[in-house]
Design a protein. Structure first.
Length: 69
């Protein structure tokens, strides 16, 4: 699975009052859209793991998006 990033992306995740909040600039949103499209075209079990060490802003909550069925 090929994951593409749009230059200048910024993505932050947090949990607030039991809710997951994903905040991103335009480039971050476009990057996430590309990632979701890649997952949709993938096979069950494919996943993307986001954390502050590989994609998210410092202090972000880890996030995993997985393709099922």
């Amino acid at each position: 699975m090929k994951i593409e990033w749009v230059d200048g992306f910024e993505i932050k995740t947090a949990t607030e009052n039991g809710e997951i909040v994903i905040s991103a600039n335009r480039e971050g949103m476009l990057s996430l859209a590309k990632h979701l499209t890649a997952l949709a075209d993938g096979v069950p079990g494919d996943h993307i793991h986001y954390d502050e060490h590989n994609a998210l802003e410092e202090g972000s909550t880890e996030l995993i998006i997985e393709r099922v069925h």
